[in-house]
Ligand binder design. Structure first.
Ligand code: ADP
Ligand code: MG
Length: 462
């Protein structure tokens, strides 16, 4: 027997929307679930079919794709009946082209992205940052290959270079280009399904799916529902057996169906340690390219473009000064610009060369003054109130361990000594321990203000 939703069901639905906030991020509940309305319920003694109507096909499919199981279990719990969810769409969309994705298992979502949803909305849904585009990527000799290959892939996904493998040291635009591919594809091919994920999140999602017995859904999602899959920092899957196994099958499924795969890494395939050979070879099937640190003209152009976009006035001599001294990381270049801007607005003064000099003090070794391993160890020991001898030992307790990692980072940065030699100054640490320390500090420098402040303070002593 069919009824319009009764007051009781409306209450169950309202309670469900609240309850799922524990399982789904509240902002996503607001974006995807709240816009849907409870429009009908068909009840029998022990079960109920719950009909929702979403504002458009895109949202309807999104709910089915991502939240069906969660909603069904919550509805069942709250109503005491086995609930089955059906989601309709209010907008009648006409599909004017054959969908790109034709074969799906029942687990895979019956999804097509429709032209009516704005590219920004779709970008966010795809995990993309709409701010990273080809338009605002400054091209010079160093990154020309990376830019051109990414653009070619975005123009003709799955048809030319597959997979595309881009690598570089940190801060040179890999993530930017990956997002640019996704954003461009969504504009050019409004119904393609694009997905961006960091390898780290891919691993987390896999672990989560294993724990919750959701592997069929995980597999359907990655193997069958995307036309373009973008995975950032793929080196992260190395030495994780089960992840590599899943990735291998994901890769094969997508590759076999001519879907585009783009991955980035901090090093070329053959240098990723502990990566399964069969995955390494697959990376080499397509196009492998690197991004080198930008040359001075490109660095100046990046600074100016960023300043213009942020509406910051930077005199030419300042741009040149910064670009001369910050050479190997665009993220750092941008960071300085933002700090100068902050200072200018605090003091009400315009950004000047003096201000820039002051800001870069410590990062720019003064002439005639050389920074040595010993001077760095002494400055770090002083800052953390530990003994220099401990930095050279194997003591693992805090703060010695952190101090040592920071010292390693600074020694690498200022002396450019080979890792092997650096290890000798730190009690014979091996290559992988040092790499781990460098990575960790680089990561924390981006996210942890306390670490940023410590390093800044130490640099000022040097
Ligand atoms: P990676 O992923 O290689 O570590 P990102 O893509 O995160 O580097 O880049 C770091 C920052 O530098 C981002 O804000 C990015 O927009 C910017 N950036 C890097 N290269 C360029 C470029 N050629 N033009 C404009 N911005 C760039
Ligand atoms: Mg990145």
């Amino acid at each position: 027997m069919e009824t319009s939703p009764s007051a009781a069901w409306n209450e169950v639905w309202a309670a469900t929307c609240k309850a799922v906030e524990d399982k789904i991020v509240p902002s996503l509940v607001r974006t995807w679930i709240l816009p849907a309305e409870l429009t009908n319920t068909v009840e029998s003694q022990n079960s109920a079919e719950i009909e929702l109507t979403a504002p458009n096909d895109f949202t309807a499919n999104w709910i089915l794709d991502h939240y069906k199981a969660t909603l069904e279990s919550t509805l069942s719990q709250l109503s005491g009946k086995a609930c089955v969810l059906k989601v309709l769409s209010r907008g009648d969309q006409v599909v004017d082209e054959a969908p790109l994705v034709v074969h799906r298992s029942p687990e895979a979502a019956p999804v097509l992205a429709y032209a009516e949803v704005s590219p920004e909305t779709k970008a966010i849904a795809a995990g993309l940052d709409p701010r990273f585009t080809f338009d605002n990527f400054i091209v010079g000799a160093s990154n020309q290959f990376g830019n051109a290959s990414a653009f070619a892939v975005a123009e003709r996904p799955g048809q030319q270079y597959n997979p595309l493998f881009l690598y570089s040291s940190p801060g040179l635009g890999k993530t930017h280009l990956l997002h640019a591919v996704g954003n461009y594809v969504l504009r050019k091919f409004p119904r393609y399904r694009v997905h961006y994920v960091s390898a780290e999140n891919f691993v987390n999602e896999l672990v989560d799916s294993l724990q919750r017995h959701k592997m069929p859904q995980f597999r359907a999602k990655y193997r069958e529902s995307f036309d373009v899959l973008l995975i950032d920092d793929i080196q992260f899957i190395a030495a994780k057996k089960q992840t590599e196994e899943e990735f291998f099958h994901t890769f094969n499924a997508l590759y076999g169906a001519k879907r585009q795969i783009v991955v980035t890494s901090d090093r070329p395939p053959k240098e990723i340690e502990n990566l399964e050979e069969r995955i390494r070879t697959r990376f080499e099937w397509g196009l492998v390219g690197d991004i080198a640190p930008p040359e001075i003209e490109t660095r100046i152009a990046i600074l100016k473009s960023k300043a213009e976009r942020e509406d910051i006035y930077v005199p030419d001599d300042v741009a040149t000064f910064i670009a001369t001294h910050i050479r190997s990381n665009v993220r750092e270049l941008e960071g300085i610009l933002i700090r100068l801007q902050a200072q200018a607005s605090l003091t009400g003064a315009e950004i000047s060369l003096e201000m820039a000099r002051e800001e870069l003090k410590g990062q720019v070794p003064e002439e005639g003054h050389s920074v040595t391993v010993e001077s760095i160890q002494a400055a770090v020991a002083e800052h953390f109130q530990v003994r220099v001898a401990d930095l050279r030992s194997h003591i693992r307790s805090q703060p010695t361990a952190l101090a040592r990692q920071i010292a390693v980072y600074l020694v690498r940065k200022y002396t450019k000594l080979p890792l092997k030699e650096i290890g000798q100054h730190f009690g014979g640490k091996d290559h992988s321990t040092l790499n781990h320390a460098l990575k960790k500090i680089e990561r924390e420098l981006e996210s942890d203000p306390a670490i940023q402040a410590s390093i800044q303070a130490i640099q000022n002593y040097l």
